[in-house]
Design a protein around this ligand. Structure first.
Ligand code: PGA
Length: 251
C-alpha cells in the first residue's frame, strides 16, 4: 500500500498578519507546485484568510489548529467549523498535546470535534502521543490506544478514511529531542494495528499517520523512509520556508 506523504506546518501561536503572509509566500515559492506530496500550513485563526489568499492557486492547503464542536452561539473565544470553512480551511488539527495539557482537551472533546469537522466536510488531523513519564512507566501503548479509540469512536469507515493521525510523543515536541526513526515507526505500526481492530485491515492501511516532534530537514528523510511514517506535523521548523521545504523535499 503506498500512501501519499502529507506534511503539515503547525505554526502554533506564531506570526502576526504580515509575518504570516510573508511565510505563506515563501512556502508557495518553495513547495507550492509539489504534486507528489500533500502540503498544508496551519496558521493562527487571525491569519487564515490572508494566508488562504496567498496559497489558493497553489497546491498548498490551509489548516486550522483547533475548532469548537458546536455550530454557533454563546461560546466566547471559540470558532466553528463553518467559520473555518468560509476562511478556506481544508484540515483541522484536533487534540494537540498542548490543547490536552493546557486547555483541558480530552478524548471525549477530541471525538466531538472530529465528528463536527467531518460533518462540515473538513478533514481532521488527530494528534495522539505519550508523555515521557508514560513511556518510562510502560504505559505508552495503553495511552495511545485509548486516545486513538476515543478519537475514532462512532466513526464510519468512510469518515475514518478522511482522517490523518499525527503521532506526536509529547517528550519530543519543541524539545529538540526526536523519536528515532525506529521508535516512530514502531508507534505508527502499533497505531495502525489499533485501527485494524476498530475498522479493518484495508481501512487501517489507507489512513495516513504523520510523525510530529522536532522533525527538521536533517532528520526528515530517515523518519519519512520508515514503512509506516506517512508524513509529518511540523512545529518549529515550519516557521522558516527553507526549513519547511527541507522537510517536504528532504535531501
Ligand atoms: P515541533 O512541534 O516540530 O516544534 O516539535 C510539532 C508539533 O507540536 O506539532
Amino acid at each position: 500500500m503506498s500512501r501519499k506523504k502529507f506534511i503539515a506546518g503547525n505554526w502554533k501561536m506564531n506570526t502576526t498578519l504580515t509575518e504570516a503572509v510573508e511565510l505563506a509566500k515563501g512556502v508557495v515559492e518553495t513547495v507550492g507546485k509539489q504534486a507528489d506530496v500533500d502540503v498544508a500550513v496551519c496558521p493562527p485563526y487571525t491569519n487564515l484568510s490572508a494566508v488562504y489568499d496567498v496559497i489558493k492557486d497553489s497546491n498548498v492547503k490551509l489548516g486550522a489548529q483547533d475548532v469548537h464542536w458546536e455550530a454557533k452561539g454563546a461560546y466566547t473565544g471559540k470558532v466553528s467549523c463553518a467559520m473555518l470553512k468560509s476562511a478556506g480551511v481544508t484540515y483541522v488539527i484536533i487534540g494537540h498535546s498542548e490543547q490536552r495539557q493546557y486547555f483541558a482537551e480530552t478524548d471525549e472533546t477530541v471525538n466531538k470535534k472530529t465528528k463536527a469537522v467531518l460533518a462540515a466536510g473538513l478533514m481532521p488531523i488527530i494528534c495522539v502521543g505519550e508523555t515521557l513519564d508514560e513511556r518510562k512507566n510502560g504505559k505508552m501503548n495503553t495511552v495511545i490506544e485509548t486516545q486513538v479509540k476515543g478519537a475514532f469512536a462512532g466513526l464510519s469507515v468512510e469518515d475514518a478514511l478522511k482522517c490523518t493521525i499525527a503521532y506526536e510523543p509529547v517528550w519530543a515536541i519543541g524539545t529538540g529531542e526526536t523519536a528515532t526513526p525506529q521508535q516512530a515507526n514502531e508507534a505508527h505500526i502499533f497505531i495502525r494495528n489499533v485501527l485494524v481492530g476498530i475498522f479493518n485491515k484495508q481501512t487501517a492501511e489507507e489512513i495516513r499517520i504523520q510523525y510530529g516532534g522536532s522533525m527538521k530537514p536533517d532528520n526528515a528523510k530517515s523518519l519519512l523512509q520508515q514503512s509506516d511514517v506517512d508524513g509529518g506535523l511540523i512545529g518549529g521548523a515550519s516557521l522558516k520556508a527553507a526549513d519547511f521545504k527541507g522537510i517536504v523535499l528532504p535531501q
